[in-house]
Design a protein around this ligand. Structure first.
Ligand code: NAP
Length: 505
């Protein structure tokens, strides 16, 4: 790989960039690039609308339990959020609004499902193909497909034989009336705890199938009183202070997860006290109680879910599910739970990242094969052997309590710096050095032992037990590490064959 020594005048030309996914990650990356003068930017999105997870997850009660003053981009702060934790519609509108404000909405092609991305070494470009038969070329690709977009269904015997209606929480069937039906909800994660209290009053009966109990903390969700909203709007600095406060609060959750034997015990105690208050019935409390270290799985924020379990028409089933039959779910104790509808609140194939997309890098290297031992990327963004490819919300950049948008903003700025370096030096490709990636990965994985994350099974780990989704530290550390791209960590090869050309299709 020849090192580029020639410097080109800044801004002479900019690489073309194809972004896959129009959720917060893709839209955020596009805004960052446009703000820095990149013009050839296009986004491919398989859905008919932007939003990513906020497009798909429109179940009743869908909201974000991270307060909006933090769950938003720092450069697009709002003073008029209606609530502490905004409902899905308001978050979706926010994303639409900023996409429009920055001119990103017109760069999106909807109904495009990317099948494959192939690096063309000769042309130093990516060739991208969609299942609809469209093809694209770009100097760089940004894969912003998220971690929580492909529904996960449990591998239960007889699942196909169910004669009633069923759907996944992230593909909510709004045409199906739940009123008066016997409903089963399988799964008790962050999604289920939001929709269970919403549907419980409406259905005839609700059986909630729990495999593992969860740790709960109160969800201090409330409408901002008019006076508070007004103050946030007019008092200079107040909105920033709120963001700072929420930031520090969520960092304290990470502190508890990182130190389960000390501060983590304080978190566990306050959760236990809250749960005891919420679950008055000792038997129900016994069955709902978690038996793993506080913070190992996602801590759930809800003040409605546990009391809902005590409703007369709701039953918490903790027997494991043996299989599905035509009339319902059979549990291991032999009991058949007859229902009209099953709602799968069973989460996502988080550790699959962008797959089943085929990604072929330098010399045809397959990303799937490179990641056979578990996905890894430098700072969750760049993968050695895959030049000019950047990931948003990639491996080890999930947070258990903070804001993914904060991470994504840092990632967008980082990849923008990489592409600026490429353009400035007239290179054809930029690629993280393998030894840098390996050293970073070793250091990062070494930070997990001793933390709560390692003390149970969760969707943060792959089948080998490696934690592949979560960042092991604080948001502020991630921001520090990504703030300035160190060009010495990258091989910039070239020179570029010709002036960067426009995206072709
Ligand atoms: P999830 O957290 O992965 O929960 C899936 C649930 O399904 C778990 O309770 C799991 O039990 C259960 N399950 C899976 N397979 C099962 C089986 N074979 N039998 C019985 N139960 C089974 O999924 P999610 O609730 O959709 O949430 C996914 C992530 O989305 C969250 O962790 C969070 O990061 C994000 N989210 C965020 C918000 C927010 O407000 N910020 C809201 C919703 C979702 P086990 O615990 O035993 O595995």
């Amino acid at each position: 790989m020849a090192e580029v020594v020639e410097e080109r005048p800044a801004g002479r030309s900019r690489p073309s960039v194809l972004i896959v996914g129009a959720g917060f990650g893709g839209v955020g990356a596009a805004i960052e690039l446009l703000r820095s003068g990149f013009r050839d930017v296009r986004i491919l999105e398989r859905a008919p609308d932007l939003g990513g997870t906020w497009h798909y997850n429109d179940y009743p009660g869908a909201a974000c339990d991270v307060p909006s003053h933090l769950y938003s981009f720092s450069y697009a702060q709002r003073t008029d959020w209606s609530r502490l934790c905004s409902p899905r519609g308001e978050i979706h509108d926010y994303l639409r609004d900023i996409a429009r404000e920055w001119g990103v909405d017109r760069l999106i092609e909807f109904g495009r499902t990317v099948d494959s991305c192939r690096w063309d070494e000769e042309q130093q470009r990516w060739e991208v193909a969609t299942s609809e038969g469209a093809s694209y070329e770009a100097h760089a690709i940004v894969l912003a497909t998220g971690q929580l977009h492909r529904p996960s269904y449990p591998a239960l015997a007889g699942i196909e034989s169910f004669g009633g209606h069923s759907f996944h929480s992230s593909r909510w069937d709004h045409s199906y009336r739940l009123g008066g039906r016997r409903v089963a909800v399988v799964g008790t994660g962050a999604s289920a705890v939001q929709f269970v209290p919403e549907i419980a009053p409406e259905v005839e009966s609700l059986k909630v199938f729990q495999r593992t109990g969860n740790w709960f903390l109160p969800r201090r969700d409330r409408r901002y009183p008019a006076a508070v909203r007004r103050a946030i709007e007019v008092v200079p600095g107040l909105q920033g202070l709120r963001r700072r406060f929420v930031f520090d609060y969520t960092e304290s959750l990470t502190l508890m997860i990182r130190h389960p034997n000390t501060v983590g015990r304080i978190g566990a105690l306050s959760s236990a006290l809250f749960m005891r208050r919420q679950l008055r019935d000792p038997e129900l409390r016994r069955r709902a109680w978690p038996h793993y270290t506080f913070g190992c799985k996602r801590i759930l924020f809800s003040s409605q879910y546990l009391p809902t379990l005590a409703r007369a028409n709701v039953e918490l089933v903790t027997e494991s599910i043996a299989g599905v039959e035509e009339r319902g779910l059979r549990t291991a104790d032999g009991k058949l739970h007859e229902v009209d509808c099953i709602i799968w609140g069973t989460g996502f194939q988080s550790t699959e990242f962008m797959f089943p997309m085929e990604i072929a890098g330098r010399e045809g290297r397959s990303l799937r094969e490179e990641w056979a031992q578990g996905p890894r990327a430098h700072l969750g963004i760049c993968v050695s052997g895959f030049p000019n490819m950047f990931l948003m919300y990639g491996p080890n950049t999930n947070t258990s309590g903070g804001s993914i948008i904060f991470f994504e903003e840092a990632q967008a700025a980082y990849l923008r710096q990489a592409l600026q370096a490429l353009a400035r030096r007239g290179g054809g490709s930029i690629e993280v050095r393998p030894e840098v990636q390996e050293a970073g990965d070793r250091e990062m994985q070494a930070r997990f032992p001793g933390t709560a994350w390692t003390r149970c099974d969760s969707w943060y780990r792959n089948e080998r037990g490696r934690i592949v989704t979560n960042w092991p530290g604080y948001m502020r550390e991630y921001a520090q590490r990504t703030r300035e791209l160190d060009e010495r960590e990258y091989a910039i090869a070239g020179p570029v064959r010709a002036q960067y050309v426009s995206l072709r299709r």
